[in-house]
Design a protein around this ligand. Structure first.
Ligand code: ZN
Length: 492
């Protein structure tokens, strides 16, 4: 009897020990649970989860109550799941005018405002080529209004031109100029095309408002020859009046949970599982009059993948420790993740991997599309996890979209942390994706849950394989962020 009992006991222990990661995933990932979580996060009552809105706060309460029910703890050094992210809402001016000699110009037909605070200033022009370092080297621009051609004479795309604009602004400020006016003429994107998108609009920035001194930056239509000729003459007098810009500081929370690893050595290494839980709020009505942008795909699905991993790892911790993060402010410019990497409760070099999930939509239910799959050594683990549940893991099929740089993973990557983004299967950014991407119709009812069940199982198994692997993952040699990684983990 005694012998028999101990035999049974040892069999039980063996069975317990041999429970595989696959079994553990099957045990916790639940079809109806996933469906319920997505439906809640995409409810009309949450009004599109705009950053700073009561709807996003409700989503936060839900996520934290899920953390609690799974037994997820607080990150080291934190006494709550909330990490407040300070934000500043800068509204667009309500009125603005630009006077060149006797002529009065109008927004947005003649000029657009790229950067401004409320100002009433006047001054004289000085023409400075492209307004770059070499152009300003021998010019005295102090207290002058710099006139410059847009771009740098080399770059052709308007995106590049606007990036260069920010450098010009910083330089002009350093040299004591009063304002910068750029002359825009780009054949690829004519002024009449860009003016609709680029005129000053309400903007969210992260951190307390540090831009006390915004240097006024204006762009004028380069096709208006008379104006251009006049403004290029040094000493032309200019008056700029901008009014109605307001600044409102508030905060919105990242949500952070933690489960300690089981291995005495590997528990010092942390894997981050992350997704943004904000969306774009309320917007223009669609064909059926719907104004609530529910954001089921983007990114109730991603938030739910992280919840699935949290539930699983809280019940069955991996060898490595785990931090679960739901970011705010992603849609406003990756603001929550930017704040997180600069204010992480744990040292960044302890974070060995960031396994992010973000989604626009899907058009192929046999796939999981992983943005950055082929860039880290975790590739075979993720491929194996997906194939276990009948999905094929593929690398970003729409590189022209620049998706790697358009989600929270990139803020980790820039610091050197290997960080791909796990997304629902798509083969191209086609009509099927655009039908839902940032549209009011992106609702929980329009999702294929049989597919999502496999998708979540694949994510959670990938998480377990990465969290338990003998070797920590890293960037592949030659990757853009490989050197940043070497630097970050020096001596680790
Ligand atoms: Zn989005």
């Amino acid at each position: 009897m005694k012998i028999l009992l101990s035999v049974i006991f040892s069999i039980l222990i063996t069975v317990g020990h041999s429970q595989s990661d696959v079994d553990i995933v099957k045990e916790t990932v639940d079809y109806n649970m996933i469906k319920g979580q997505i439906h809640f996060l995409a409810l009309d009552a949450l009004k599109g989860r705009d950053t700073g809105s009561p709807g996003l706060e409700l989503a936060a309460d839900f996520i934290m109550s899920q953390f609690r029910s799974f037994g997820v703890g607080y990150a080291p050094g934190m006494e709550t799941y909330r990490q407040p992210v300070p934000l500043t809402l800068v509204t667009a001016p309500t009125s603005s005018s630009l006077q060149i000699a006797e002529q009065t110009l109008a927004v947005p037909d003649d000029f657009i405002i790229l950067m401004a605070d409320n100002v009433a200033l006047s001054g004289e022009t000085v023409f400075a080529g492209y307004g770059l370092d070499e152009d300003l080297a021998t010019l005295d621009v102090k207290d002058k209004i710099i006139i410059a051609n847009a771009g740098d004479g080399v770059a052709e795309s308007p995106q590049a031109w606007f990036a260069i604009s920010a450098d010009k602004n910083a330089l002009a400020k350093e040299k004591g100029a009063k304002a910068v006016i750029e002359i825009y003429s780009n054949t690829k994107a004519p002024y009449n095309f860009v003016k609709r998108f680029l005129n000053a609009r309400d903007q969210l920035t992260v951190g307390p408002d540090e831009n006390e001194d915004v240097l006024t930056h204006i762009m004028i239509d380069g096709s208006k020859e008379a104006t251009v000729n006049q403004i290029k003459q040094n000493g032309t007098s200019i008056k700029i009046n901008i009014d109605g810009v307001t600044k409102d500081e508030f905060s919105s929370d990242n949500l952070v949970g933690y489960v300690e690893g089981t291995d005495p050595v590997l528990k010092d290494e942390i894997v981050v599982y992350s997704a943004h839980y904000d969306h774009v709020g309320i917007g223009r009505a669609d064909a059926v009059g719907d104004t609530i942008y529910n954001g089921a795909r983007d990114n109730a699905v991603g938030a739910t993948t992280v919840l699935s991993a949290a539930e699983n790892i809280a019940a069955y911790p991996t060898k490595r420790s785990a931090i679960f993060i739901l970011f705010t402010g992603e849609e406003k410019g990756l603001l929550g993740s930017q704040w997180y990497v600069d204010h992480s409760p744990v040292p960044l070099q302890d974070i060995v991997y960031c396994f992010n999930s973000d989604n626009g939509g899907y058009n192929d239910t046999s796939l999981a599309s992983i943005i950055g799959l082929e860039r880290t050594t975790a590739q075979p683990l993720i491929e194996k996890a997906c194939s276990t549940f009948g999905l094929k893991a593929i690398e970003d099929p729409a590189k022209e979209q620049g998706l790697f740089d358009r989600s929270d993973n990139v803020n980790f990557a820039v610091k050197g942390i290997p960080a791909p983004t796990f997304s629902m299967g798509f083969t191209a950014f086609d009509e099927e994706i655009m039908k839902y991407y940032h549209q009011a119709g992106d609702s929980a009812e329009s999702l294929d849950y049989d597919y999502l069940y496999k998708f979540f199982q694949s994510y959670v198994l990938s998480a377990r394989l990465i969290g338990n692997a003998a070797e920590r993952p890293f960037w592949l040699k030659g990757d853009k962020y490989y050197e940043a990684g070497i630097e970050l983990y020096q001596g680790k």
